[in-house]
Design a protein around this ligand. Sequence first.
Ligand code: GLP
Length: 261
Amino acid sequence: MEVVIVQDAAAGGELIAGSIADLLRRKPDALIGVATGSTPLPIYQALSSLVGSGALDASEARVAQLDEYVGLPQGHPESYRSVVLREVVEPLGLKESSFLGPDGSAEDVAEACEAYDRALWQAGGVDLQLLGIGTDGHIGFNEPCSSLASRTRIKTLTEQTRVDNARFFGGDVDQVPRHVITQGIGTILEARHLVLLATGEGKADAVAQTVEGPLAALVPASALQLHQHATVVVDEAAASKLKLADYFRATYAAKPDWQGL
Ligand code: GLP
């Protein structure tokens, strides 16, 4: 995998937005897998600026959700569908019809999960999947010990993840759903390009284990080691526990521009 160390979250957002813009210029209807949480917001803000300034036309782009809470009422502001509509679909001027996501309020959750994997496949697969990372190394909502071959399915959140996400629910952990639907690790690995952004000191351990630790279900993000085109973008704080930081810096500095991310 390639590790790119940037100064701060804004620089990471701009770098990744630039890569998405390049992809959309080559393939206007590319399917972008979008992550939620605080980390990717600078990416979406930088993309919105490109669209707002006329430097990018994203109107044909398609987006696919990574995961979703189970059981939130339809239209709940913190359902990931609502978040993606608010942070990505509306500001970029995308068509709502071009937005794929699992149905977190389905009566038959197992069928909803299978239907989502089928929908991704029928849409031609994800071209570029954005990922954040949980403090415990999860990607999507694949908590530690998720099968590295897993498909989209229901998962139970760890207490740590519910505590981490309580800030989106007025600080009340009891309001954070226990169950979620997430693209499986096997599903995520089918995307053509994986781009994980991690910022802040709180992610430094998870990043070090992902990049330099062994491939292990205990650290779901370490599955990126299996992918032929995985890019990990980290700010200085999130990179602070990487032993090979100098090597990653030198390698990226020497990279030919035409290669992109
Ligand atoms: C949630 C999401 C993940 C995200 C993680 C980290 O668990 N399901 O996709 O990566 O939070 O969120 P943040 O970026 O806010 O730290």
